[in-house]
Design a protein around this ligand. Structure first.
Ligand SMILES: CC(C)(COP(=O)(O)OP(=O)(O)OC[C@H]1O[C@@H](n2cnc3c(N)ncnc32)[C@H](O)[C@@H]1OP(=O)(O)O)[C@@H](O)C(=O)NCCC(=O)NCCS
Length: 145
């Protein structure tokens, strides 16, 4: 059974493991994730199946804008619609907390994520050169609710 929960002391270790598996050297550390717990402007969802963390995502609310910070799905659970469910959860939260638009940055080379965002109604709005520490450019996307 699929369950949704917030980021909390019980699941943060497993979320950090998922981060490492998905983002390698760019992963957020467990300490950094712990610092996010309970912050009023941060909205995280953790997806669990049979007590295993299979995906998570979060955004930061700045005025009426949602800045998507991370979204990741365990390798063996990809292409099953879980990232889409995480985004749907963001869109439901938008209604509840008064968000009018979402924005995000994604590596130019990350075609899986770019396809996901485009499928979920985000529009490409530009490139920021050398955004990442390894020199890769990022694409900026927006979605108006
Ligand atoms: C990007 C990511 C979150 C997608 O998760 P997912 O659960 O597999 O996504 P979904 O199953 O909801 O896919 C929705 C759509 O996204 C697109 N998509 C997802 N993975 C794709 C891939 N490998 N190649 C091409 N398109 C892809 C497709 O349009 C897909 O729809 P379809 O399956 O009907 O064709 C996942 O690949 C991941 O965790 N990647 C590593 C972390 C990451 O890069 N996060 C994004 C940082 S900005």
């Amino acid at each position: 059974m699929l369950t949704y929960s917030s980021l909390n002391d019980e699941n943060v270790h497993l979320v950090a493991t998922l981060e490492r598996d998905c983002f390698g050297k760019d992963a957020w550390s467990e300490n950094l994730l712990r610092g996010e717990i309970g912050q009023e402007d941060k909205h995280y969802v953790v997806l669990k199946e049979d007590d295993e963390v299979i995906g998570y995502g979060g955004f930061c609310k700045i005025l009426d804008e949602g800045d998507i910070m991370n979204i990741a799905v365990r390798t063996d659970k990809r292409r099953c619609g879980y990232a889409s469910k995480i985004l749907d959860w963001f869109f439901e939260q938008a209604d509840l907390v008064g968000i009018k638009s979402f924005t995000l940055e994604v590596r130019v080379s990350n075609l899986a994520a770019r396809n996901l965002y485009e499928k979920k109604g985000f529009s490409f709005s530009g490139i920021r050169k050398k955004y990442y520490s390894d020199g890769e450019d990022c694409c900026i996307y927006w979605k108006y609710m």
